[in-house]
Design a protein around this ligand. Structure first.
Ligand SMILES: C[S@@+](CC[C@H](N)C(=O)[O-])C[C@H]1O[C@@H](n2cnc3c(N)ncnc32)[C@H](O)[C@@H]1O
Length: 256
């Protein structure tokens, strides 16, 4: 069970020499991950004024997100990661917070237009995600949006009559599920707009991207649309194939 303490210990001594690019090999590299996995899911919400990235590690996504916001706030549990990001991205239009792994203390109420996290909170248990749901609701501006990658592994951690348990090969939170995320959103007044359940190292949908919105005053919460996408990885490969096809077209006169 990856606790906050275990996460802090693990990421503090992790060998960051590849700076997070090592997790993007399966997409065809970091640029492909950004272009074909992340950007299509967030492009309606950027550019924006103030973007929060939760758990940036060494900032592989910050590099792409930074030009898409007037101001970026990075929050991470591991001091070493925040120090690295500070030296990489500097102070201009950037804010940095080392947090307790549960709250967004240091981020003011109703100040964030778009909250983002990818590849990180999959290692968080339900108790942590529940706290972040509440905190994301607090820091988003009314109408502000968020896309949060978390795990749904809790649905598959134990065997059932019709199938064995799915091995926890990717250090997922064992008691976290998409349903718990939706329920927490409803409890804390955050609109869970859409959940995309995706496979991760197995055929089962063990991970989830949740799109959330802080309601505007008077806006009623509605049930989330929940959608399983077994073709998540195939979509990325189709995007890559198209990209390669056009990259290789010989252009007789260099384009201006
Ligand atoms: C697998 S790395 C991913 C980093 C980055 N998102 C990427 O894709 O390269 C996990 C990051 O999440 C951070 N982290 C883990 N648990 C956290 C928590 N509960 N709250 C905040 N940050 C956390 C770690 O410190 C680390 O920087």
């Amino acid at each position: 069970m990856p606790t906050v303490t275990e996460n802090l210990q693990f990421w503090s001594v992790y060998d960051w020499k590849l700076e997070g690019n090592e997790w993007n090999v399966g997409y065809g590299g970091t640029r492909a991950a950004w272009q074909f996995a992340i950007l299509p899911r967030i492009q309606r919400f950027v550019p924006c004024d103030h973007l929060l990235e939760l758990a940036p590690g060494h900032g592989v996504w910050t590099e792409y997100l930074r030009p898409l916001a007037r101001r970026v706030t990075l929050v991470d549990l591991t001091p070493r990661c925040i120090e690295f990001c500070r030296s990489k991205f500097g102070e201009e239009n950037m804010s940095y917070v080392v947090n307790d792994g549960r709250t967004l203390a240091g981020v003011a109420d109703s100040t964030i237009d778009f909250a983002f996290s990818w590849h990180s909170l999959v290692h968080a248990e339900h108790e942590v995600m529940r706290s972040y749901v509440k905190e994301i609701c607090r820091v988003l501006k009314p109408g502000g949006m968020g896309l949060i990658h978390h795990t749904n592994y809790g649905e598959f951690a134990a065997p059932r009559d019709d199938r064995p348990a799915v091995p926890n090969d990717h250090w997922r939170g064992v008691d976290m599920t998409a349903e718990k995320f939706r329920n927490d959103c409803a409890e804390f007044g955050l609109q869970c707009v859409y959940q995309e359940l995706v496979p991760w190292g197995s055929l089962e949908p063990v991970d989830c991207f949740s799109l959330v919105q802080r309601p505007r005053p008077g806006q009623q919460l509605r049930p989330a649309v929940v959608d399983e996408n077994p073709f998540f990885w195939q979509h990325i490969r189709l995007g890559l194939a198209l990209d390669c096809r056009y990259r290789e077209v010989p252009v007789p006169i260099p384009a201006t």
